[in-house]
Design a protein around this ligand. Structure first.
Ligand SMILES: [Zn+2]
Length: 153
């Protein structure tokens, strides 16, 4: 899904990107700007701010009010509200730029040696250049969530 997250939901934004969603997040943004962005890009607002949520609703924008302060709970709230599906990341966790598949040889000088030797599949952010692989950060994320969102069942 495509979201705009308010300034209090930076961590949730990164989680959602890990799970394959497209999330715009700004470290500083006025309410008007967030509402404008939702409207212009046809995205769902996710916010912890009741006033902002109401304002968005009154303009007939899709908005989900998040209550919990804990990212795992926030994810569940959003899942209940929107029936989220999970897929592997297609967006940069840091900047939301699109990820593109890279050949192993193209990445050789961009990651530490042991990473390069141990992994086969690499992706790179088209916007900021950050390199991703199916490695420890995926495993840590699965451990943190307490389940594997990408498991085929
Ligand atoms: Zn990036």
């Amino acid at each position: 899904m495509r979201f705009v997250a308010d300034v209090m939901l930076g961590k949730l934004s990164r989680f959602l990107r890990m799970l394959g969603h497209d999330v715009l997040y700004f470290e500083r943004a006025e309410d008007d700007f967030l509402i404008y962005t939702c409207k212009e890009t046809a995205r769902t607002l996710i916010t912890k701010d009741r006033v902002l949520h109401k304002a968005a609703r009154s303009l007939h924008l899709d908005s989900v009010l998040i209550n919990s302060n804990y990212v795992r709970e926030q994810l569940k709230e959003l899942q209940r509200a929107k029936g989220l599906s999970f897929s592997k990341p297609t967006r940069c966790i840091t900047c939301n730029g699109p990820l593109i598949k890279r050949e192993k040889y193209e990445i050789e000088r961009l990651v530490p040696d042991f990473v390069w030797h141990r992994n086969r599949d690499f992706w790179q952010c088209k916007t900021c250049g950050k390199v991703y692989w199916d490695g420890s950060h995926t495993k840590n994320f699965v451990r943190f969530l307490g389940f594997n969102p990408w498991e085929e069942s």
